[in-house]
Ligand binder design. Structure first.
Ligand code: PGA
Length: 249
């Protein structure tokens, strides 16, 4: 079985519902000419999900969310649950993005709880792991990504591992224009793949200043199965160009 190639756009706190409609009206007609082997995901802000859901029905583009709560319902003001997402056809959910770890108290434990719930609820978690610049400079990159990956996947059954996605996102590379050297990203991603049995068929994405110009260099690497893309996913032409260049060689 070959590992799936996935390109996921993480829009973060960008695009109103009207902006989302305009993006998809421009982007969807382009998807017919993009490589069929690539699974395309867009993850708009929650309030734009209903608009995206209508536009994406019967298209090849999958709908993602940027986070969710691990409980299915309850007294969690401001939170969104897996069943609420599924009602709108959401299939993927980003879990443990470094911005949520840094600003919203996401921890290895809550990431783990969210991964379990997402899998139980039939959502594909895209689990983000990655080191800070301080950790990299201190030679702690491998230790940190192994710790994050093992914690996130604790208790996940072997037969569930192919249903999840891991994204290696060095924090210092996110939104900085300073992307990680593709060979070094591949080395870390090999470490992630090897840190637990059964990750051989799990797609591992690179994230961190990925662009239409540098995506091909990542896709040439053995352990790279696609990208989690922030800034370069916001423009329909640019995102389509990135996906066109993401064919694995
Ligand atoms: P970036 O963001 O592509 O803008 O660096 C990636 C991410 O945060 O997922």
């Amino acid at each position: 079985m070959s590992v799936k190639t996935i390109v996921a756009g993480n829009w973060k706190m960008h695009k109103t519902a009207a902006d989302t409609a305009a993006f998809l009206d421009a982007f969807l007609p382009k998807t017919g000419s993009l490589p069929e082997s690539i699974e395309i995901v867009v993850a708009p802000p929650f309030v734009s999900i209903p608009t995206a859901s209508v536009r994406l029905r019967d298209t090849r583009v999958h709908l993602g969310a940027q986070t969710m709560h691990w409980e299915l319902e309850g007294a969690f003001t401001g939170e969104i649950s897996a069943p609420m997402l599924r009602e709108f056809g959401v299939s993927h959910v980003i879990v443990g993005h470094s911005e949520r770890r840094a600003y919203c108290n996401e921890t290895d434990r809550t990431v783990h709880l969210k991964v379990r719930t997402a899998l139980e609820q039939g959502l594909t978690p895209i689990v983000a792991v990655g080191e800070t610049l301080e950790e990299r400079n201190a030679g702690e990159t491998d230790r940190r990504v192994i710790e994050q990956t093992r914690a996130a996947l604790d208790g996940v059954r072997a037969d569930q591992l192919f249903r999840l996605v891991i994204a290696y996102e060095p924090i210092w590379a996110i939104g900085t224009g300073r992307n990680c050297d593709p060979h070094e990203a591949d080395r870390v991603m090999a470490t992630i793949r090897g840190c637990r049995d059964g990750l051989g068929d799990t797609p591992i994405l690179y994230g961190g200043s990925m662009t239409a110009d540098n995506v091909a260099a990542y896709m040439q690497q053995r352990n790279v199965n696609g990208g989690l893309v922030g800034g370069a996913s916001l423009d329909p032409d640019g995102f389509a160009a990135l996906i066109a260049n993401a064919v694995s060689s």
